[in-house]
Design a binder for this molecule. Structure first.
Ligand SMILES: Nc1ncnc2c1ncn2[C@@H]1O[C@H](COP(=O)(O)OP(=O)(O)OP(=O)(O)O)[C@@H](O)[C@H]1O
Ligand SMILES: [Mg+2]
Length: 321
């Protein structure tokens, strides 16, 4: 049986006559990374704020760390950490002082606070910078300090609202590593992002939020299967073998220059097996066979431009371009 860190059903939130969240259902298993993906204004931050008790929903229910959001917000708060979209770091004081402030807020004793701060500064590679004003930190350092501050109370569930927005590729990869380590330590991570690559890289499950509704939910692989573009590519080195295969596989699209054929495929094991069986029976042996699934960009654009998901027309992506 799955232990759920977060469950929500029918969450609603409006500002004036603008519906920001329109009956959202979510379930996040303990010790996993869940990513809420969506364009600007989709409602990601609003969802994080509701689930972390910073604001209240207009309707629906949610449980976080086993506690009901409306009847036990204090218990929820004690179990979670939140790194907001906009930094909570105070630039006027040093990184260490920011950490000690958090320790105070969590009612740690002086010695325990110092120990925790030192440990986290070390873990996030901020020892050298610890005595400098946080305003002098780079974006990546500030983000690391932000997360270190979030971890002071030892939360079991952490909310990271766009933790890598504005970071350079190296800092982003460092942040991914930090997030993975958190999960290895048993923490559940609720992550919002606009970067498909990030969700693809990190998340066990992804929900695409669009215009206040969950447009799709699943693993990265499941989501990629929702959009056309998947295909199996067969490449030949022998032109004669290529010509033979091309005439036998009429539904394949041809790339005469690189002696390659593309067969539309949803990338499932079942379909791959039937393609392989068919190639065997036709006596076709390619020198290279690769399976291409559409990437999350395809999914994102298909789901967030307001259009319905098209039928599985299975146009090979290259041919569609
Ligand atoms: N306090 C508020 N008052 C009025 N409208 C709000 C308020 N907070 C959010 N909104 C509106 O709700 C919608 C969703 O905002 P939200 O910040 O949740 O989006 P987001 O997905 O986090 O976007 P971004 O990627 O830009 O951070 C937006 O249209 C925003 O203008
Ligand atoms: Mg936001």
């Amino acid at each position: 049986m799955t232990d759920w860190a977060i469950t929500a059903s029918g969450l609603r939130k409006s500002y004036g006559d603008k519906t920001v969240l329109d009956h959202i259902d979510l379930a996040v298993a303990e010790g996993t990374i869940f990513s809420l993906l969506g364009p600007n204004g989709a409602g990601k931050t609003t969802a994080v704020k509701i689930l972390s008790t910073l604001i209240t929903a207009d309707g629906g229910q949610a449980r976080v760390a086993g506690h009901d959001l409306t009847t036990a917000p204090q218990a929820v708060r004690a179990a979670i950490g939140v790194t907001g979209q906009f930094s909570a770091v105070d630039g006027l004081i040093t990184g260490e002082e920011n950490m000690l402030l958090m320790a105070d807020l969590h009612h740690l004793s002086r010695s325990e606070g110092r120990r925790t701060a030192a440990e986290l500064l070390e873990r996030f590679d901020l020892v050298e910078a610890a005595k400098k004003p946080a305003s002098t930190y780079s974006g990546g350092m500030k983000r690391r300090l932000d997360i270190a501050m979030t971890l002071v109370g030892g939360p079991r569930i952490i909310f990271l609202d766009e933790p890598t927005t504005g970071l350079d590729p190296r800092s982003r990869h460092n942040m991914w590593q930090i997030i993975r380590e958190l999960v290895t330590g048993g923490v559940t991570v609720f992550l919002t992002t606009q970067y498909l690559e990030e969700a693809d890289e990190l998340a066990d499950r992804i929900a695409v939020l669009n215009d206040g509704k969950i447009a799709a939910e699943g693993t990265a692989e499941e989501l990629k299967r929702l959009v056309p573009g998947g295909h199996v590519r067969l490449r030949f080195t022998d032109p004669v073998a290529y010509q033979y295969a091309a005439s036998a596989l009429r539904e394949a699209s041809r790339d005469d220059e690189s002696l390659a054929l593309q067969i539309p495929s949803d990338g499932t094991q079942r379909e791959l097996r039937s393609i392989l069986d068919w190639l065997d029976s036709a006596g076709i042996e390619a020198d290279e066979l690769t399976v291409h699934t559409p990437d999350l960009d395809d999914v994102f654009f298909a789901l967030t431009d307001g259009a319905d998901i098209p039928d599985q027309t299975n146009q090979p992506k290259e041919a569609a371009r």
